[in-house]
Ligand binder design. Structure first.
Ligand code: G3I
Length: 400
């Protein structure tokens, strides 16, 4: 090798050799060519063969015993002790589960499923898409359950609870439903047949069903969809009664977003629920989706949860994620940690809040970036399946 070539190679290598990875940045792993040392106050910590990360010194695991440091004190920002996990902590605190959404396309990712299948981490699964109407009854009277079955079977194999999602929703409807010119009687039969067949198919396998999803606009008025436009509010009771008859042991929920703060939409949901209970319609719970924004978690969330449990219903956090502008800054990730802690703490503080589901656990498969341009980083695990500070926020609330 000529001297000039050697110099050029060395010169090219110098920036990497001298640069240090920032806190939470990557510092190693198979195929990684960037800096392998961390800025002061952080420690390069192997997460898996493909990813090492600079963790703040206070959060990094202790070095091997040979260096004999004093044992680190556990703080809110320390990782959970090994052998624990979000579901284990939630159950130890009296909740039924800590769970996650998942989707069929993700199940061939073995690094992903290694985390998903750990029932210490996740004690409950929600199918993000495969039990929806377009997936299960694409043409009238023809049902396909293969996608939903895959997730139901996975939950069973893993010893995880299952939330059914969903029977009746304005979105992801096949066109024969969305554009059907139904009479009220015809649509009643369509809803009864769909809910009854779907819920019967999973009878005995589902802890709870989102029977009706997102019935309200943000101003508390009813969403103008094929169901409301044809049957007025009656479709809600029709669906709930069909679901109860199909699986009497499944908890039946209405699920929505932007009902997590006091205001018109939460009031509309409260009024609907009161009316249904007064009418003797079967209903067990209300799901709070909790698709939040970093720094904007509603302060009245616990109050709203209590307004619903005061009616004798259970409540659950069903689709939690907390998005931010991407790429996420360190301060946004720190705020996100606090926000996750705040949200989970609200559920912890309310006895009738039975469990928490995150809407997938990793940014790798989050729905957020495709819906909100320039936003994402909403989940507790990052794109590389590495835990973010948000994870420690959840741990702190579950352990409090
Ligand atoms: O299946 C098709 C695939 O064939 C096609 O190639 C691809 C191209 O875009 O699209 C695929 O469908 C996508 C589907 O997810 C399955 O991946 C749809 O485009 C996409 O819109 C759909 O997004 C889902 C979204 O609901 C639809 O409203 C998300 O994955 C799902 O996480 C999200 O979940 C909802 C809850 O059900 C209700 N609450 C809000 C929550 C977030 O939006």
């Amino acid at each position: 090798m000529q001297l000039s070539t050697t110099f050029a190679l060395l010169a090219a290598a110098v920036p990497y050799a001298l640069a240090q990875a920032q806190v939470w940045g990557q510092c190693g792993g198979i195929g990684f060519t960037g800096p392998t040392t961390c800025v002061a106050g952080s420690v390069c910590t192997e997460q898996n063969s493909y990813y090492s990360q600079c963790l703040p010194s206070s959060a990094a695991p202790p070095p091997p015993p040979s260096s004999a440091p004093p044992a680190p004190t556990t703080t809110a920002s320390s990782p959970a002790p090994s052998g624990s996990g979000l579901n284990s902590l939630a159950k130890a605190a009296g909740k039924l589960y800590f769970g996650t959404a998942t989707d069929n396309g993700e199940l061939s990712d073995t690094a992903y499923t290694a985390i998903l299948d750990n029932n210490k981490e996740f004690g409950q699964l929600s199918p993000a898409n495969s039990m929806k109407w377009d997936a299960t009854e694409p043409t009238r009277g023809t049902f396909t359950f293969s996608g939903g079955d895959q997730i139901a079977n996975l939950a069973k194999a893993n010893g995880q609870l299952l939330r059914g999602h969903n029977c009746v929703w304005y979105n992801q409807l096949p066109s024969w439903v969305a554009n059907g010119q139904f009479t009220a009687a015809d649509l009643t039969t369509v809803i009864q047949n769909h809910c009854s067949t779907l819920v019967s198919h999973y009878k005995g396998q589902v802890y709870s069903w989102d029977v009706v999803n997102e019935p309200f606009n943000d101003d508390g008025t009813w969403r103008q969809d094929v169901f409301f436009n044809t049957l007025n509010t009656d479709y809600v009771a029709i669906a709930l009664k069909a679901a109860r008859a199909a699986d009497p042991n499944a908890k039946l929920y209405i699920n929505d977003y932007n009902i997590e703060q006091t205001g018109a939409k939460a009031t509309a949901m409260l009024n609907l629920v009161k009316q249904l209970l007064a009418d003797g319609v079967p209903l067990d719970g209300v799901g709070f989706q909790c698709h939040f924004i970093v720094g904007a978690v509603p302060s009245s969330f616990q109050t709203v949860l209590e307004q619903f449990t005061a009616l004798g219903l259970e409540v659950a956090i069903t689709e939690l994620d907390i998005r931010t502008t991407t790429p996420a800054s360190q301060s946004a990730l720190a705020q996100q940690q606090k926000d996750y802690q705040t949200v989970v703490q609200a559920c912890m503080n309310v006895k009738g809040c039975v469990g928490i589901t995150i809407w997938d656990f990793t940014d790798k498969y989050s729905w957020v970036p495709s819906t909100f341009s320039g936003q994402g980083a909403a989940c507790p695990w990052d794109q590389n399946l590495v835990k973010k500070p948000a994870y420690n926020g959840i741990v702190a609330a579950l352990s409090a």
